[in-house]
Design a protein around this ligand. Structure first.
Ligand code: ADP
Ligand code: MG
Length: 278
């Protein structure tokens, strides 16, 4: 295991898919943890009112805690909301609280409502003593204003795809929205990575879905595939990532492999003239 190269500029990776239960949060926390374990400084921004990423990272997210909600409303800085995860000293988290559930509506009437996360994050990264190598943004299962904020703040999109029926359903809508964001709000945004999750090697279906996704997105799909694994699904109930919970499990190893690939492939080029979105 050679250590991953660390990016010179912060890579901000938005983990999105408007379908629920496809592995967004699981991928966010376990990839982030894997990269932290390989020496990177990593920040996870929990942008889902459910707060599952905060839970998995062992970060308190009771309603009275300063969270990404206050950051979006301009009532707190990222610095004021950030916490160290219990998973690893290099892994930080801006938690979400249930207050965020109202934010989709509250944001509507605010100035620069689509840029609020980006503005707060830029200010934080510029002034931080610690060089951040990666920021992951865990999105809610919708394409509303919270997700728009995540797309505007990010440089890359990572789409987890569950190897099940209807895996590709909704994907064109997601890609269409990303194109709109590129056109109007964030020309540098790229779909850099697609990760196949919950892969069950015993079924033909999983194989078929994986093949189909690879055919459509040959450049974006990682070679590493995340297997369906009980250890992965058990870890959050202990407030842990799979790496902390069972570091030698196949799920932990798969996320380490995916992390190495993400690191080695590096950030996508942001030549907006090419504008190719597969
Ligand atoms: P999302 O954030 O897209 O809604 P989650 O990451 O919360 O999806 O995953 C949905 C459910 O599936 C969770 O209960 C999670 O523990 C479980 N899960 C995710 N990935 C795996 C996997 N590779 N193997 C087994 N269970 C998984
Ligand atoms: Mg989630």
């Amino acid at each position: 295991n050679t250590p991953s190269p660390l990016p010179e500029e912060t890579r901000i990776i938005t983990v999105s898919n408007q379908k629920g239960g496809v592995g967004k949060t699981t991928t966010t926390v376990n990839l982030a943890s894997a990269l932290a374990r390989r020496g990177a400084n990593v920040l996870v921004i929990d942008l889902d009112p459910q707060g599952n990423a905060s839970t998995a990272l062992g970060v308190p997210h009771r309603p009275e805690i300063t969270s990404v909600y206050e950051v979006l409303l301009g009532d707190a800085s990222v610095e004021e909301a950030i916490q160290v995860s219990s998973d690893h000293e290099n892994l930080m988290c801006v938690p979400s609280t249930i207050n965020l559930a109202g934010a989709e509506i509250e944001l509507v009437s605010l100035v620069a409502r689509e840029q609020r996360l980006r503005t707060a994050l830029d200010a934080f990264l510029k002034n931080s003593d610690r060089p951040y190598h990666y920021v992951f943004i865990d999105c809610p299962p919708s394409l509303g204003l919270l997700t728009v904020n995540a797309f505007v703040a990010g440089g890359e999109v990572l789409i987890p795809i569950q190897c099940e029926y209807y895996a590709l359903e909704g994907l064109s809508q997601l890609l269409g929205n990303i194109q709109l964001i590129q056109k109007h709000l964030n020309p540098g945004l790229r779909v850099s990575t697609i990760l196949l999750t919950m892969y069950d090697a015993r079924t033909n279906l999983a194989q078929e879905v994986a093949n189909e996704v690879r055919q459509h997105f040959p450049a974006e799909v990682l070679d590493a595939v995340i297997p369906r694994s009980v250890r992965i699904s058990e870890a959050p109930s202990y407030g842990q990532t799979v790496h902390e919970y069972d570091s030698s499990s196949i799920g932990a190893l798969a996320y380490l492999e995916a992390a190495a690939e993400v690191a080695e492939r590096g950030a996508p080029t942001t030549n907006t003239d090419e504008g190719d979105q597969g």
